[in-house]
Design a protein around this ligand. Structure first.
Ligand code: PLP
Length: 404
């Protein structure tokens, strides 16, 4: 009889958000008159801006006309979008990235999850702890992670790099040498970022160790500080050791529209073989191109009108982040993030676990967040709030917490 892939069977249940959902549902059922405010979601809430809606409408019209209809898109993306991205996101920042090094996809999650396929089955991965779960889970599926320890929630073959208040949330070089290093900057869940100098340490290390950095820049649009690079290619040497992932989800509200891209420089060679050629082969085999309509909508993200509207949208979320950050500080919490990212990461009160604090906040302030332990063992003792809700709710939630 055919068997299922044993690697998939090793995956522990992803109970974080389902447990949160169940706890909130039970609480709401028992307290139907209480308004629960959710600051746990990682999804955007503001509608698409007018410039994007206009571009979508125009593209839909084109699709209804035989002369302007588009069928399959090129696997790697339309040239108009790849060229625009290369110019505006990279060359304008002094990064030598060409249009044919950009691969358009349906979002950063697919690319972050799929990229491991082009590396050898025994590649050793290193991740920050806490971490966006996709990096580890996709390697579990590929059988690269060893044995799971339920007590610690870690895999024996994965190198975890703790990022805590003690090290300023900056991953430290590990004693063992990894092959693939996942970095997410600005970071989900901690909301912190790396400066140019801090990132340079990693680029130099990867080049000297022959490792590859998988750089997730899904929150690039939220960077506010000058010394935080917008792309890893701002660091000299990154073309030979780094792959970068970007998303239109959080900079343009495309979580339900779906679009992202990955940059694989042609200089990135592993044992003499080209990562660019392999990713092109993989993409061409397994992906049939992102929709024309959506790629046209993405062009509006780079128009003057679109840029101005999106700047306002990002500012709206970051105003929430400031209200949450400042309010928690005022209430006496130790708070991190929230400056270059829409995530606020706080230390839970002494003597409580992340889940204790979840229950406390739900029962006393009727506010929902995400326990830090759900993102990895070093997330224990921390808690994540997000700025993606509306302003009134963020302000009310923080008032309630302040008044506890
Ligand atoms: N990378 C990180 C770090 C994220 O937090 C998310 C979404 O929450 C993604 C990637 C997924 O982005 P996309 O919507 O483009 O798939």
């Amino acid at each position: 009889m055919v068997k299922l892939n044993e690697n998939y069977l090793k995956l522990p249940g992803s109970y974080l958000f389902s447990t949160i959902g169940k706890k909130v549902a039970a609480y709401s059922e028992a307290h139907p008159d209480v308004k629960v405010i959710r600051l746990g979601i990682g999804d955007v809430t503001q509608p698409l801006v007018p410039a994007i809606i206009k571009a979508l409408h125009e593209a839909v019209e084109e699709m209804g006309n035989a002369e302007t209809f588009h069928g399959y898109a090129p696997d790697l993306g339309y040239a108009f979008l790849r060229e625009t991205i290369a110019q505006k996101d990279y060359q304008a920042r002094g990064c030598a990235i060409d249009a044919d090094e950009i691969f358009i996809s349906d979002g950063a999650k697919s690319d972050c999850g799929n990229i491991q396929e082009i590396f050898s089955a025994d590649a050793r991965i290193a991740v920050c702890d806490p971490v966006y779960p996709v990096y580890v889970d996709s390697n579990v599926m590929a059988g690269r992670t060893g044995v799971y320890d339920e007590k610690t929630g870690t895999w024996s073959h994965v190198i975890y790099m703790p990022c805590t208040a003690e090290n300023g949330f900056v991953p430290q070089l590990s004693e063992e040498t990894p092959d693939l290093i996942y970095l997410c900057v600005p970071n989900n869940p901690t909301g912190t970022a790396l400066t140019r100098d801090q990132l340079k340490v990693w680029v130099d290390y990867a080049n000297s160790a022959g490792a590859v950095i998988l750089y997730d820049a899904a929150y690039e649009a939220y960077i506010a500080q000058d010394d935080v690079p917008h792309s890893i290619y701002e660091i000299p040497g990154a073309r030979t050791c780094a792959i970068e992932f970007r998303s239109f989800s959080k900079n343009a509200g495309f979580t339900g529209v779906r679009l992202g891209f990955t940059v694989v420089p042609k200089d990135l060679k592993c044992g003499g073989a080209s990562a660019h050629s392999l990713w092109a082969r993989r993409h061409g085999t397994k992906f049939n191109g992102a929709p024309y309509i959506v790629q046209k909508a993405a062009m509006a993200v780079y128009s003057e009108e679109g840029k101005a509207q999106l700047k306002e949208q990002v500012a709206y979320y970051m105003r929430n982040a400031k209200v949450i950050f400042d309010g928690l500080k005022e209430a006496g919490y130790e708070v991190y993030g929230g400056i270059n990212a829409p995530y606020i990461w706080l230390k839970v009160p002494e003597g409580m676990t992340s889940w204790d604090f979840f229950d406390y906040l739900l029962e006393k302030a009727h506010v929902v967040g995400t326990p830090g332990s759900g993102f990895g063992p070093s997330g224990e003792g921390y808690f994540r709030l997000t700025a993606f809700g509306n302003y009134e709710n963020a302000a009310e939630a923080i008032d309630r917490i302040r008044n506890l």
